[in-house]
Ligand binder design. Structure first.
Ligand code: CTP
Ligand code: CA
Length: 225
């Protein structure tokens, strides 16, 4: 995959990667989640390690084994993910927020299993914390990479997320496109930068996409120093 120079691209850097979905419990046996499988985030963690970084992978529940060489931290809810990221944020050089964090969680978590009743039911949801936005507000010299999974108006939403979350890069994909998004081994990404430029990539494997994302980030971390 790499030539000699690339192997050192992130050497000595502390990299945090979040991956997978979160689970937001409503009772002891049920939760809300989403279709994320963690493949993109795990590919980024693996590639960052191969580029020489010291990698902490903070992962929601997924079915894949963590890549060797990375420090793995398992979490379930958005709030747990937030706390795990904040624990290591100060020393980080690069944070890649690949995780598909739930936007809402049940407002009340029932202590016992909910019983079914006649007719329909309503579950009240409240907002979770926006982890990336909070990282953006508390940024010192970390380089922040966010993701944007969209089904329409990708460019508009990606640029908006770059601004609103004070991120340094947004990796966007249209999850409706064949070969992009949840579950598969490939992705079709566009990378949006703070200078207003963006680069569209052809369909590639998630590992290849991970390499492209980290190369783009590494160049810019280098410039900032
Ligand atoms: N994100 C986060 N915490 C949340 C929600 C999202 O850190 N509670 C991060 C994701 O990890 C991703 C980026 O924000 O890197 C964009 O996530 P996305 O779901 O595309 O955007 P949202 O801001 O949640 O907006 P919406 O879902 O309405 O498009
Ligand atoms: Ca969201």
């Amino acid at each position: 995959f790499f030539d000699g120079k690339e192997k050192k691209l992130l050497s000595g850097k502390q990299v945090i990667v979040t991956a997978g979905p979160t689970r937001e419990a409503v009772d002891p046996v049920r939760f809300f989640t989403n279709k994320s499988t963690g493949k993109m985030g795990y590919a980024i963690a693996e590639a960052a390690y191969e580029f020489g970084a010291d990698v902490t992978l903070i992962s929601g529940p997924v079915n894949i084994a963590p890549p060797s060489g990375v420090t793995i931290c398992h979490v379930e809810s958005a709030e747990e993910m937030f706390r795990a990221v904040m624990d290591v944020y100060d020393g980080a050089d690069l944070v890649v927020k690949t995780a598909a964090v739930a936007d809402y969680r049940p407002r009340f978590v029932h202590e016992n299993k909910m019983k079914k009743q006649e007719g329909s039911m309503t579950i009240e949801l409240e907002r979770t914390r926006d982890i990336l936005k909070t990282l953006g507000e508390r940024k010192t010299n970390q380089f922040l990479v966010g993701f944007a999974a969209e089904t329409n108006d990708v460019e508009v939403y990606a640029k908006r997320k770059l601004e609103s979350k004070n991120a340094d890069m947004i990796v966007a994909n249209n999850v409706k496109q064949e070969g992009a998004g949840f579950g598969g081994d490939t992705n079709i990404i566009s990378i949006f930068h703070r200078d207003g430029t963006h680069r569209d990539f052809e369909k590639m494997t998630k590992k290849e996409a991970a390499v492209q994302i980290l190369k783009d980030a590494a160049v810019r971390i280098g410039e900032a120093e």
